[in-house]
Design a protein. Structure first.
Length: 398
């Protein structure tokens, strides 16, 4: 038999922190017990908003589940008293009230400033997101909506919660039509938004504090906008200031000069990296010529065998490519390291299959890898097996 209907106290009083209730039913489950009350101020996870936490008679509430007409409270232990006293984790509840009311204001602002409708909402642990029905929303559109939303917060407008029959609600200018039956719970932000919603909300928009957008991205034809409100916005602003101050200290500049200085140093770093790469290529070419001068020749092909370490060449592949670019050459390179590796390469159109040579070699000395006919590499070898590996590979060449 299904539990009787729970009187949801948060429907009419979102600021209620403590309440007394009778225990209607208790069901044992794997984590403990599902406790049903005649009334509850605990909000169950629903509509993109997480559930409340808190205690029943001092026992932590592990989960609050919406089971249609009833609300289930999951506890590790069975309550000993009846009636029980419920206490809401107020810091968490008020944070959710700020974020959810802020979402109503922001969604309405996007619709009023650009005609963008909210298709989904998620209230996360650190930030929240709304998905808008367009992927062509840029910084200008976001700034317009955020400015409009914050004006509503600064005006400290009333947030009114009331119930209306479905037929009456359907004739109102709801931001999003509702398909609920019976009485519909409506949340009205004075002169700005009217929505059907079962979540918890502040009583005036000023309690939301401020709304800031942290990020936006395109996802499957939609625009996902990440935002924070109230206490979360304060925390993010504090973090931003700390990070920016740290960067300014490292760069020996003022806060406002950090972006331009980072841009300048990034450009200098890219130029230095490009110069470094060209220098590495030249070093590899000189080293390749040295190795080719003393290479073993077999049927008109020069066979280069070398064991190199990271301090010799930052990118050993450059050496292998430099060798085979000289034409009619094969490079068998061992790479010292933890673990060690191998690079086998030959000039284009060479007689051997480097991938096959590599696989036969590692089958005898360990490691794994692969590649193409002209270039293959492997890792996971012991340094002590490098010389043996090169000897085996040389014996496998045509």
């Amino acid at each position: 038999m299904a539990p009787s209907e729970t009187d949801r106290l948060y429907y009419t009083d979102c600021y209620l922190r403590e309440f007394d209730a009778r225990v209607v039913e208790v069901k044992a489950e794997s984590r403990g017990f599902r406790v049903y009350l005649d009334r509850s101020a605990f909000y169950p996870e629903s509509g993109g908003q997480p559930a409340d936490t808190g205690t029943l008679d001092g026992l932590p509430v592990l989960e609050v589940a919406d089971e249609g007409k009833a609300v289930a409270h999951v506890l590790a232990k069975k309550p000993e008293n009846d009636p029980v006293k419920g206490k809401i984790d107020w810091a968490r509840r008020f944070d959710h009230m700020q974020q959810h009311t802020g979402q109503h204001v922001l969604s309405s602002a996007f619709e009023k400033t650009g005609g963008y409708k909210t298709v989904s909402f998620h209230l996360g642990k650190e930030s929240s997101t709304i998905d808008l029905n367009s992927d062509r929303i840029g910084s200008r559109q976001i700034e317009e909506a955020v400015d409009s939303a914050n004006r509503i917060l600064f005006e400290n407008r009333e947030v009114r919660i009331f119930f209306a029959p479905t037929d009456a609600a359907s004739r109102m200018e709801l931001r999003k039509p509702t398909s609920r039956e019976g009485d519909v719970r409506l949340v009205e932000i004075d002169g700005f938004d009217l929505s059907a919603c079962g979540g918890t909300h502040v009583s005036r928009t000023g309690a939301v504090g401020i709304i800031t957008v942290r990020k936006s991205e395109r996802i499957k034809g939609l625009a996902r906008v990440e935002f924070v409100c109230g206490g979360r916005a304060l925390g993010k602003a504090r973090d931003d200031y700390r990070f920016l101050s740290g960067a300014a200290l490292q760069l020996s500049t003022s806060l406002e000069n950090v972006p331009s200085l980072i841009q300048k140093q990034s450009a200098e770093l890219r130029n230095a990296q490009q110069a470094k790469e060209k220098l590495q290529e030249r070093v590899a070419e000189y080293r390749a010529l040295e190795l080719l001068a003393s290479a073993t020749e077999r049927k008109g092909r020069r066979i280069v065998r070398a064991i190199v370490s990271p301090c010799d060449l930052e990118d050993p592949k450059l050496l292998a490519h430099a060798v085979v670019r000289q034409g009619s050459a094969t490079a068998l390179i061992g790479l010292k390291g933890e673990p060690a590796g191998l690079i086998f390469a030959q000039s284009a159109g060479g007689p051997d299959d480097m991938n096959a040579v590599l696989r036969q070699t590692v089958a005898q000395v360990g490691g794994k890898g692969g590649g193409s006919r002209d270039f293959a590499q492997a890792g996971g070898l012991d340094n002590g097996n490098l010389d043996k590996a090169l000897t085996i590979a040389a014996s496998l060449l045509s």
